[in-house]
Structures are given as structure tokens and as C-alpha cells.
Design a protein around this ligand. Structure first.
Ligand SMILES: Cc1cc2nc3c(=O)[nH]c(=O)nc-3n(C[C@H](O)[C@H](O)[C@H](O)COP(=O)(O)OP(=O)(O)OC[C@H]3O[C@@H](n4cnc5c(N)ncnc54)[C@H](O)[C@@H]3O)c2cc1C
Length: 379
């Protein structure tokens, strides 16, 4: 929260020439490029919802929670106090509050819950606004959103999981998903010997009477408290995609053995872990031996999130820079009026609008991709 009446007259000096707190931002009505872009690319019908969410996401309270969630970073809790393995990660309460705000406002589910032309574009706007205060929770949001296309091709498994992922209720409890009001999904592909080139995966999947048992490791597993994960492993027929839940269908903790959390440079509110599978239960998704083809739709959704999340970070950087330079004086002028600073700020503004424009254009292509080859080529 913005502190009430902070003291400027300190014992040794007076604090001057500092900008005031930025306070509440309206991330929708204060962003002309966003409003025009959404209308241009076909998402204008969602303007009322976006206007409400722009005020929520831009509130000083949400920025404060984001600050807390990134300062008090997640901690691994491998075992309970009596030495039994739980494979959990504990988060600051602010992280859970942010997750709840995102899920309740359909940040991971809007496009799928409101299928119509412009849905992907409006979805991008929700995420673009939420990513400005906080990028960490956007990781499970991106993966939950992106899991829908491969799950739609997954028959009964998809029918079971999709409604949970599209729920607008955040349920952080580590219990079997059947007892929860909503769920999130992650993605484990990267192994030590290869991230981009996942054909080098060494994890093996052996057919069992009720599914598959996976053994191996994954080296970059973000949001490991999600309820399930799509992952890759070699089965008899080649590299295949599997859904691995935190809890097996018979109500036991699945063998998702978190080894450690990464000490990352950024995105610190989000836990990224290293994981070992040992006879981990999973069910195959898509065709055997076509794992990359199956999971690539999830990868594509994540790439889309990377586009508008990056544009969002740039936008908030610009907002902060404009605020600071508008209130800070150097050499008898506000910084914003100094010619070279004007050049810098104008460059930033152009880059931000370019990134946003490109992202929203891709969103429209995603909306039009089905049945339109040239649109599909843009996605
Ligand atoms: C914050 C964060 C969260 C992550 N979360 C997850 C997660 O949840 N699940 C998951 O599976 N992974 C996750 N990753 C891992 C990420 O997806 C991999 O880092 C990524 O796929 C790249 O793999 P790599 O790091 O092994 O790099 P490499 O594949 O070794 O590539 C190294 C460099 O070479 C470049 N390169 C690769 N191939 C080519 C080529 N053919 N031509 C030219 N250049 C090339 C790459 O762009 C990269 O710059 C996460 C990474 C980060 C940073």
C-alpha cells in the first residue's frame, strides 16, 4: 500500500526531487494502443470485461502483492515433519491471492470459455494487463491455457481434465483433483541433455495394466504444484506425450520427486524445479510415437503467452519511465523535457506499441486459423 504521509524532513537532509507513488493504474482506459488494438483485431465485444479487469490488475494492491510474492520466494518442502515425502512447494500468501485473481477473472480460460471471433485477442488483453504487475503466476496460467488444444484431441482424458482447467475457481489444496473446485496444468519437456531438442529425452515409459510407468528426469519443471503435467517419454513406439497427475486415480501421491528449486534471475515468484520420475504413473495423450506433434500445440500456446507477456513487461517499463521522468528534474528541466531523454522515451514507446500490435495481430490469426491457411501460417 502507498504509505500515508511519509516523512520528507529527515534528520540529515530533506528528501526532494523524488516522484510521487504511482498509485492505482487503469491498465485499460490508460492504454490507448491496447484499446484501439483490441477493437481493430476483433476483440471489442469484450471491452466491458477488460475495462473492469484493467482497474483490478492495475491497482496498487495487486502491485504490492506482486512485490511480496517476488520478495518472499517459494520454498521446497520435500518431506513432512515426520520424514515422509510430500514433494510440495510452499508459496507466500500473496502468490495465492494473485493466482486467485487471475483464475477468477479467466486469465487462463477466457478464450476457451467464450469461443467466438476475437476471443484469442481479448484473452491476450487480459494477460497483457495482468502481466504488468506480475509475471510469475503467468507461468501456470500460460500452461493451463495452452494445455487445452492437445487435451481436446485426447478423448476421455481430455473430457475429464478440460472442465477442471476451465474452472474459474482457484483451489490450491494438494489433494486428489476429483475433490477440487478447479485445477491447473504444467508441462515437463526439458531434460539436462536437451531443451530445444527434446528428441534427446531419455525418460522411458513402460506400459502397465492401467496406464504407463515413467522413469527418468526433467530439468526445468515450472509451477510443480499444478495438478497435472503433460510430459514426454519414450515408449515402445517412440517419443510419446503423457499426462502425469500429482495424484494417481487410486488416490495416492504420484512419484513426482522434486529434487530442488532453481535459483532464477527473474520470474522469482514462480517455482521452477528439477524433477525425477520413478515408476511415475501416467496416461498417454495422443498417438504413440507422435509426442512432439501432440505437445507442440501446448508449446505454441506458451509462445503466444511469451509474446504478450514480453510486450506487457515493456509497457509497464515505459509507464514507470514516463512517470519517473515526468517528476524528476535534472539540469533545470524535467527529465521528460530533455531532448535526449525524449528520444529514449519515444523509442521505448514505439517498441512497446510494435510489440503489442504484432501480438494482437497474431491473436487474430489464432482466431481465424481454423479453416484459413494463411491465418494459420501466422500463428
Ligand atoms: C523461467 C523458465 C521456466 C521454464 N519452465 C519450463 C517448464 O516448465 N518446462 C519445460 O519443459 N521447460 C522449461 N524451461 C526450459 C526452457 O523451455 C528451455 O530452456 C528451452 O527449451 C531451451 O532449452 P535449453 O535451455 O536446453 O537450451 P538449448 O536447447 O541448449 O539451446 C541453447 C541456445 O541455442 C539456441 N538454439 C537451439 N537450437 C538452435 C538451432 N537449431 N539454431 C539456432 N539456435 C539454436 C537456443 O535458442 C538457445 O539460445 C523453462 C525455462 C525458463 C528460463
Amino acid at each position: 500500500m502507498i504509505p500515508l504521509n511519509p516523512l520528507a524532513n529527515l534528520a540529515t537532509h530533506e528528501v526532494t526531487n523524488m516522484p510521487p507513488h504511482l498509485g492505482d493504474q487503469d491498465l485499460w482506459s490508460g492504454d490507448l494502443a491496447l484499446r484501439e488494438g483490441i477493437k481493430r483485431e476483433g476483440g471489442g465485444w469484450a471491452a466491458d470485461k477488460l475495462a473492469v479487469f484493467g482497474r483490478i490488475a492495475g491497482s496498487a494492491e495487486i502491485f504490492e502483492k506482486a512485490d511480496q510474492a517476488n520478495k518472499h520466494t517459494p520454498e521446497i518442502k520435500t518431506f513432512d515433519r515426520y520424514g515422509m515425502r510430500v514433494n510440495q512447494v510452499e508459496f507466500h500468501p500473496a502468490y495465492h491471492d494473485l493466482m486467485a485473481v487471475a483464475i477468477e477473472n479467466e486469465v487462463p480460460s477466457f478464450a476457451w470459455n467464450h469461443p467466438q471471433p476475437g476471443a484469442q485477442v481479448a484473452h491476450a488483453a487480459l494477460t497483457y494487463m495482468f502481466n504488468q504487475p506480475e509475471g510469475g503466476v503467468l507461468c501456470p496460467m500460460a500452461m493451463t491455457y495452452s494445455a487445452i488444444p492437445p487435451l481436446r484431441m485426447a478423448g476421455a482424458v481430455g473430457d475429464e481434465w478440460i472442465p477442471r482447467l476451465l474452472s474459474t475457481s482457484y483451489d490450491p489444496r494438494d489433494i486428489p483433483v476429483e475433490q477440487k473446485s478447479g485445477a491447473t496444468m504444467g508441462m515437463f519437456m526439458t531434460e539436462k541433455q536437451g531443451g530445444s531438442d527434446v528428441r534427446t529425452n531419455t525418460t522411458r515409459a513402460v506400459s502397465d495394466e492401467d496406464g504407463y510407468r515413467l522413469t527418468g528426469h526433467k530439468y526445468f519443471c515450472s509451477a510443480p504444484m499444478c495438478d497435472a503435467f503433460l510430459t514426454l517419454a519414450y515408449s515402445e513406439g517412440g517419443l510419446s506425450c503423457f499426462l502425469v497427475p500429482r495424484w494417481t486415480p487410486n488416490g495416492e501421491r504420484n512419484s513426482l520427486n522434486i529434487q530442488r528449486l532453481k535459483d532464477k534471475l527473474g520470474n522469482r515468484s514462480n517455482a521452477s524445479s528439477e524433477m525425477e520420475f520413478l515408476d511415475t504413473w501416467g496416461v498417454m495423450v495422443g498417438e504413440e510415437g507422435r509426442g512432439i506433434r501432440t505437445i507442440i500445440d501446448m508449446v505454441q500456446g506458451n509462445r503466444y503467452y511469451c509474446c504478450f507477456s514480453s510486450a506487457a513487461l515493456m509497457r509497464q517499463g515505459l509507464v514507470q519511465a514516463l512517470h519517473h521522468t515526468a517528476h524528476r528534474t535534472a539540469f533545470q528541466k524535467k527529465l521528460i523535457d530533455q531532448p535526449l531523454m525524449k528520444n529514449v522515451l519515444a523509442d521505448l514507446a514505439i517498441e512497446v506499441e510494435a510489440a503489442l500490435t504484432l501480438t494482437l495481430r497474431i491473436g487474430r490469426a489464432m482466431d481465424e486459423a481454423e479453416g484459413d491457411e494463411s491465418a494459420a501460417a501466422l500463428t
